[in-house]
Design a protein around this ligand. Structure first.
Ligand SMILES: [Zn+2]
Ligand SMILES: [Zn+2]
Length: 355
């Protein structure tokens, strides 16, 4: 295959992959989101005693002021880069569920010897795998998200996502590659541990109930209101459901520039880990006035290149200041061995205290 033909074939393959039915941007998820939008529109119009119209519906879910906002235009470029152009590269940089499952089975077999598979009814194993996979995936997502908020050097990467000033379904992929790769690997590790332990206990073939090749619970979220977490539609789960599930309004509060909402609602589909770790804020049933973005902290990224490059430069700045701080501490404690890395300095500091 000649060069241009090969590039065209690769591009076609990447686009088809991005829109395949099981993907987040496949027809089932987009049609599901549209259906929920239609119900939301009809409900709001009826509550105000107004009539319904197709034109009004299209205007309400695709308002020009949001779609053509500079922030939305950056979302489109980053979505194309992350969701199409770089998607297969990300796939190669992740150690997935199956890798970690096999490692865990090998480790457990090495440590405790072969295990005779427990004979539970198939439906109980399927149910357990479905629930545990979701909980493990959500825990990894919560933990990665918490780290990217709380560690200043990592926040530089996550700030790309939070710099969105308006939200559309494409904002989901307004992310820095470092963040995508980190989340993907942590989720692969956590779900791999679940399937490794379950495979050791119940034998090969452990799998969850599936819908469109994915965990049925996660896919149920994706093909209904999952896309609306990045939208202007205030759909709020309150009370007990608001402690279990992330509604679109939960995530909209997560993007709020109001300091009282910082570092809250870090889960993806579930709110249980936010509830457990004290990072949950339940939205009010009626729309809360929110300004999206990072406030005065940094000017918004005005190009996709800036969104990819600037965080790396700022990250290097944090690492440089961190290393300089360690060197100052080392000098203050009389460590003068010419040690250059924080790890070597830390070891020498420990030794100097022990001596
Ligand atoms: Zn965040
Ligand atoms: Zn978001």
């Amino acid at each position: 295959m000649s060069g241009p033909v090969a590039i065209w074939a690769a591009l076609q393959g990447a686009v088809l992959e991005a829109f395949k039915p099981a993907s987040a941007y496949g027809a089932p998820a987009l049609i599901g989101a549209l259906a929920v939008c239609a119900l939301y529109y009809a409900g709001r119009r009826r509550a105000r005693g107004r009539r319904l119209s197709v034109r009004g519906f299209v205007r309400s879910i695709f308002p020009k002021r949001i779609l053509l906002h500079p922030s939305s235009l950056i979302d489109m470029r980053l979505w194309t880069l992350n969701g199409v152009a770089l998607a297969s590269a990300y796939g190669m940089l992740g150690l997935g569920l199956f890798f970690w499952r096999d490692e865990v089975v090998a480790g457990l077999t090495h440590g405790w010897g072969r295990h005779t598979p427990a004979r539970w009814p198939a439906w109980t194993i399927l149910t357990l795998a479905t629930v545990l996979q979701l909980l493990a995936s959500e825990l990894a997502y919560w933990f990665a998200h918490y780290c990217f908020h709380k560690i200043p050097a990592l926040w530089e990467f996550h700030k790309v996502h939070h710099s969105a000033e308006v939200m559309t379904t494409l904002t989901e992929l307004r992310q820095h590659p470092v963040e995508i790769i980190a989340f993907m690997n942590l989720i692969g590790l956590s779900t791999g541990i679940v399937f490794g332990v379950m495979t050791y206990a119940f034998g090969p073939g452990v799998r969850p109930f599936t819908l469109l090749n994915g965990n049925i619970l996660l896919m149920a979220f994706l093909v209904t209101y999952g896309h609306l977490r990045h939208s202007h539609m205030w759909i709020a789960f309150t009370g007990f459901p608001g402690r279990i599930l992330q509604s679109p309004a939960h995530h909209q509060l997560h993007h709020s520039a109001n300091p009282m909402h910082y570092d809250r609602n870090l889960g993806f589909a579930l709110a249980v880990w936010d509830w457990a770790f004290g990072t949950l804020v339940i939205p009010a049933r009626a729309r809360e006035p929110i300004v999206f973005g990072v406030g005065a902290e940094a000017p918004p990224f005005r190009s996709a290149v800036a969104a990819f490059v600037v965080p790396c430069v700022r990250f290097a700045g944090h690492v440089g200041r961190f290393a300089a701080g360690w060197r100052r501490r080392a000098a203050a404690h009389g460590v003068a061995s010419g040690a250059q890395t924080p790890f070597v300095i830390a070891r020498e500091l420990r030794q100097s205290k022990e001596l």
